[in-house]
Design a protein around this ligand. Structure first.
Ligand code: G3P
Ligand code: MG
Length: 254
């Protein structure tokens, strides 16, 4: 492990590698198998997507529905944790991963909180707003991971509410070219130390601006070695990738 805390990592001047939904090029996204593989491939951290179940438990899943990445159907937030736990989240990817379940955030923190930095992306639905932030703040506190977690979201209102509850936890604002300008303006009134732009928004001008503002820059999703080297040379703090093995190897060479 190269860094003890997110703050230390961001100040180091080095470019970290985060496995996007784990090592999702080689294992089913957002499963324990994918996160273990990211660790095995030498990632500094993992990025994961978290949602709130019908009975108020945080679990790890990208989509609004379970249809694409499990053997079930329907809206994930309408299911209890025990219903979600009955689903197979591995077979869609390969029979080798049959039986992989949807993990809870508690399970991820238990398994990887000491070994990897963790970027928790909040995927919220309207009926989970407020409950979601409280559940996440409680979970981070329970595992004592305030300094090893960075929370990100495309929604500045969620980040603002969470930063009020957990001023010690680093926040990252996710955005892409089509993000409304008023979202960025909403951030001015809150503490949000990191920007998470889609990688093609980043060039020398962007980096000059972000440095002048004092922001850390964590980009997604980069699977191309040459682009990863260019971003390292531009000075980004982290690269979020589906293929940590490839990007760790590429950065070692440039
Ligand atoms: O956190 C970076 C990236 O995961 C954001 O988009 O849709 O892959 O969650 P998405
Ligand atoms: Mg994500």
């Amino acid at each position: 492990m190269r860094f003890e805390t997110i703050g230390e990592a961001m100040q180091s001047g080095e470019t970290m590698v985060f496995g996007h939904r784990g090592a999702s090029a080689s294992a089913p996204m957002n499963t324990l198998a994918a996160f273990q593989l990211a660790y095995d491939q030498g990632a500094d951290g993992i990025e994961l997507d978290t949602r709130l179940s019908k009975d108020g438990r945080l679990f790890v899943l990208h989509d609004f529905t379970v249809d694409a990445t499990t053997d079930g159907h329907g809206c994930a937030a309408d299911m209890t944790l025990s219903q979600l736990k009955r689903l197979d989240a591995g077979s869609w990817f390969s029979s080798e991963f049959a039986g992989e379940g949807i993990p809870t955030l508690d399970e991820i923190f238990d398994s990887f909180g000491d070994a990897l930095l963790i970027n928790v992306e909040i995927k919220s639905t309207r009926n989970s707003i407020g409950r979601m932030e409280k559940a996440l703040a409680d979970c981070i506190r329970r595992h004592n991971l305030r300094e090893r977690v960075i929370v990100s979201s495309f929604d500045p209102v969620i980040l603002k509410r969470l930063s009020g509850m957990m001023p010690m936890v680093m926040m990252g604002f996710l955005y892409q070219p089509e993000t409304p300008a008023e979202y960025c303006l909403a951030l001015k009134s809150m503490q949000c130390e990191a920007r998470h732009p889609r990688h093609d928004m980043v060039d020398a001008g962007y980096m000059n601006w972000s440095r002048a503002q004092g922001y850390h820059v964590n980009v997604w999703t980069v699977n191309d070695s040459r682009r990863a080297c260019a971003l390292k040379q531009l000075g980004v703090n982290s690269i979020i990738t589906d293929d940590p093995a490839r990007i760790v190897a590429a950065l070692a060479e440039c």
